[in-house]
Design a protein around this ligand. Sequence first.
Ligand code: 5AD
Ligand code: SF4
Length: 451
Amino acid sequence: MATQKTYHIVTYGCQMNIHESEKLAGIAEKLGFIHTETVENADLVVFNTCCIRENAEHRAAGNIGALKQIKRKNKNMIIAVCGCLTQQKGTAEDFAKKFPFVDIFFGTHNVEEFETLLLNRLNGKKRQISLWEKEGNVNETLPKKRTSYPNAWVNVMYGCNNFCTYCIVPYVRGRERSRKMQDVVNEVRGLVLEGYKEITLLGQNVNSYGKDLGDDTNFASLIRALGEIKGDYWIRFMTSHPKDLSEDLVIAMKENPHVCHSLHLPVQAGSNAVLHAMNRKYTAEDYLNKIQMLRKHIPDCSVTSDLMVGFPGETEEDFVDTMKLVSSVRYLNAFTFVYSRRKGTVADKMDCQVPEETKKDRIMRLISLQNDITREISAEYQGKETVILCEDYDEKKQLYLGRNQYGLMVYFAWRQESIPVGKFLRVKITEVGGISLYGEVLEETQWLSHQ
Ligand code: 5AD
Ligand code: SF4
């Protein structure tokens, strides 16, 4: 009997890509492949790439290059490269020359073609390269192999219309396309019935959800519709653009008890001159007003952010404005980035690029400030009780881990025979180590106990 063929997917970048890889895995499994943990012995290797910053691009190119030797030993290995990087103008052509051993190239607009391209190659056809200039319609038919239980990712929309001047995403993901509300609701209902405990709604800018549907659907009405789904689960969503965060959405969040009191609201910078040059369409004052509005309705809501240093023209004063804003909002956590030049974006053509040394100095100061704030917020938990959803086991620490609704990570020992992953647990925090919390399990509980 022939042994079953195996696949391995390497994913770079954001949650959107992680979920897209679940769709690629779904297609591979539909064609009879089974998952393998290692690249070396896989019959099919897929690189789902990211191009948001230069380092993501370099890592992907380096890892694809490294497969040349492996394929020499395993000649039948099929290698596919897809995602944001191949969708970028000219990159697939460059890669096709640079990596002649890659069998299949496709982009973000034609993920659904993966099945056909793979079948063609399996049937001995020549190397397959297919890229679409324009985004396709929303495809509801792709199979998915979910890999992150108890969390399940659910796209609510694709693409972005914002054109922040530093960002490549609108060029490689196309214009905003929303899924129909009923399709999202049905998917979430099905996932809750299957036993998923945390549903994360995904979109580049979820607050724009529905604008293209031609009726009065918006993200707030979606959050309200999801409130009809009974069950033992939490809802999270990302990413929200501050300019579109409405009071109606915050009220909808508050009214749907499944929604975690946590909001990812990237500010990027605290200087109005920089925000203007970034085309973010809000000022630092507008942003702080939104935070105030959020905390008026949901006082315990945690806020996280994306922060960038070294945008062209950023002065020391501009940077200090970012530091001030961070101190004033007190983010639970933030992703911090050094501005990276992206070809084809408006900011790449700006002539006042910040020197690398200055960028390095600023990112260190920013990380240090944010770490202090995260540590202070964590320290307040000492001796307190909180409800977490157990997500995983940490091999290194030999402890299970989970997050509370605010997004704080708690490690704990589990002495029972059952596996706690997917359980809501009330824990008492016994130790605060930097940004990690350690707790002791008091009891099994339910989602609503976070209220
Ligand atoms: N350089 C650095 N960071 C970037 N981001 C987007 N584009 C760039 C870039 N060119 C960051 C933004 C965004 C997050 C997903 O990635 O902070 O919110
Ligand atoms: Fe990029 Fe701005 Fe769109 Fe976010 S909102 S994906 S940063 S263009």
